[in-house]
Design a protein around this ligand. Structure first.
Ligand code: AMP
Length: 173
């Protein structure tokens, strides 16, 4: 795995965005050419077995991985975005946060019936966001072929919420 040589480019930022959260900051990895390429190449390899028709990126850091993965494999990118960003008719999914709720959206016509989609994000934490994205895929007529993350925070057990399809992550914190 090529990413192994670049793990020092992911730094921990304590108490961001609020006290008690250890934030995994991937901006130094994104800024490093060989590091970024290794991350993308390894994510392509790790998700190849899902045989997805399209790559779904979750706003916003998911886009940074989904688009180059899609480009390199000649597939399209499907966007899941925060509310009010997608211009055409949308399907919405609300999901629980530690305090309160949040919503994400997909274009209602983003997927053809039965399209196999791999859901991509940078970090799997509680799994709430990826779960909501998967629910959107199903509502839009698609099939979740699998989930791919740069890394997962193991203690939060997010993958327990993603039992409908295989989950891969390159790093376990
Ligand atoms: P969750 O829904 O709890 O799995 O959180 C996933 C989303 O929040 C992802 O889009 C991550 O980018 C972000 N996130 C959650 N926790 C962290 C963390 N400790 N470090 C970096 N990003 C995080």
């Amino acid at each position: 795995m090529r990413l192994e040589d670049h793990l020092h480019l992911i730094r921990n930022v304590p108490d961001f965005p609020k006290p008690g959260i250890l934030f995994k900051d991937i901006t130094p990895l994104l800024a490093n050419g060989p590091g970024l390429r290794a991350a993308i190449d390894d994510m392509i390899d790790a998700t190849a077995g899902f045989k997805a028709d399209a790559i779904l990126g979750i706003e916003s850091r998911g886009f940074l991985f989904a688009a180059p993965m899609a480009y390199a494999t000649a597939r399209g990118v499907i966007l899941v975005r925060k509310p009010g960003k997608l211009p055409a008719k949308v399907i919405k999914q609300e999901y629980a946060l530690e305090y309160g709720t949040d919503t994400i959206e997909i274009h209602a016509d983003a997927l053809y019936e039965g399209a196999r989609v791999v859901i991509i994000d940078d970090v799997l934490a509680t799994g709430g966001t990826a779960r909501a994205a998967a629910d959107l895929v199903v509502k839009a007529g698609g099939v979740v072929a699998g989930y791919g993350f740069l890394g997962e925070i193991g203690v939060l057990e997010g993958r327990k919420r993603l039992t409908d399809a295989p989950v891969v992550s390159l790093i376990r914190w």
